[in-house]
Design a protein around this ligand. Sequence first.
Ligand SMILES: Cc1cc2nc3c(=O)[nH]c(=O)nc-3n(C[C@H](O)[C@H](O)[C@H](O)COP(=O)(O)OP(=O)(O)OC[C@H]3O[C@@H](n4cnc5c(N)ncnc54)[C@H](O)[C@@H]3O)c2cc1C
Length: 385
Amino acid sequence: MEYFLTEQQKTIKSLARRIAEERILPVRAELDEKEEFPGSIVKDLADADMFRVFLPEEYEGLGGGCLDLCLVIEELSRVCSGVGVTYAASALGSLPLLEYGTEEQKQKYLPDIASGKKLAAFALTESTAGSDASAIKTTADKQDGGYVLNGTKQFITNGGEAELYTVIVLTDKKKGARGASAFLVEKDTPGFSFGRKERKMGIRTSSTRELIFRNCLVPKENIIGKEGMGFIITMRVFDRSRPGIGAQAVGLGQGALEAAVGYAQQRVQFGHPIIALPVVQNMLANMAIEVEAARALVYAIAKTIDSGAKKFTEESAMAKVFASDMAMKVATDAVQIFGGVGYMKDYPVEKMMRDAKIMQIYEGTNEVLRTAIAIELRKRKAMRE
Ligand SMILES: Cc1cc2nc3c(=O)[nH]c(=O)nc-3n(C[C@H](O)[C@H](O)[C@H](O)COP(=O)(O)OP(=O)(O)OC[C@H]3O[C@@H](n4cnc5c(N)ncnc54)[C@H](O)[C@@H]3O)c2cc1C
């Protein structure tokens, strides 16, 4: 389908595809098997200016936006969603700074994020606070010159690999959700260390780790926005980042579809390639329809965001939910078309099926997001009455 991308977006997309084909494809199975962080691929992406695409020119970015970011995430995830999320999580970690940071903070940190010299990460989740983010317990106590952080964050993408962390903590325990604030924490800050590295079902090349804060003094200049804005920043940032999860899902779906078409053309049973079977054609056609529908939705919301729209919470959630459900279904159907070998690690669809699952879980589970969409529908109906 023609999406009327700009010349710059077309260039970005084709460059991301080339890196995925030439640098990720040959090693994706090994990275997955060894649960190895894709450090050299991150460097390739940095050298190709891929971390610059969504950042403004004044911070050494290329001046693009959400769609440019989605195009890169999609192309990387078409080959390996683990690399896709490593790249996407750095953008997520830098979005609070980009949207709510001071000029000094932006000048200090964003150029190194843009060059890919530093990866970023976003830390909200704790063992007692997943969907219910308001249950976080990590605290930041105000002291002379700064805030002292204590607590543990869980399941943080790019944990241990990122140099810069946006961390959501409580500056006022009594106020609950309204007492949360966002801080920038540099990797080598005394009192900040890394705990368990998770062993995962999918996206295994990405690093998912605990962050541990023990009397970690963070300068007062590192607060993003004001005290009490932590959850507002989180929600607004997720509105902007969820299309990126949608793009991850579209890339995975595209990769699974292509693999399934290729296999169906060469696998012969009963004297004919299985692609001649109407039931297989039907599955492939449905997969193609679903991938394209998800892509259209993700690109549409990304363009809406880039056009300066003010409110897009539900639409952004819809893109994430629709695309991630599509990816899970398309990857499962791809395994079905491969038959027995689809279940083996020798073929890529086994990994794709494992990788797809997380997209229905992180950045808000699809159940929680559906609930949020339904609440909004009820509100809109009540307003009409
Ligand atoms: C690989 C990986 C990477 C991650 N990366 C990051 C990261 O970089 N930064 C970060 O902060 N977090 C990260 N997370 C955390 C992730 O966002 C959470 O796991 C997710 O939000 C769900 O929280 P939970 O795991 O505690 O599940 P729970 O909240 O315990 O949910 C369990 C089940 O209950 C359902 N449920 C809970 N509440 C409701 C509700 N109100 N309505 C309907 N259903 C509900 C859920 O949908 C789910 O099915 C990551 C997680 C994983 C696994």
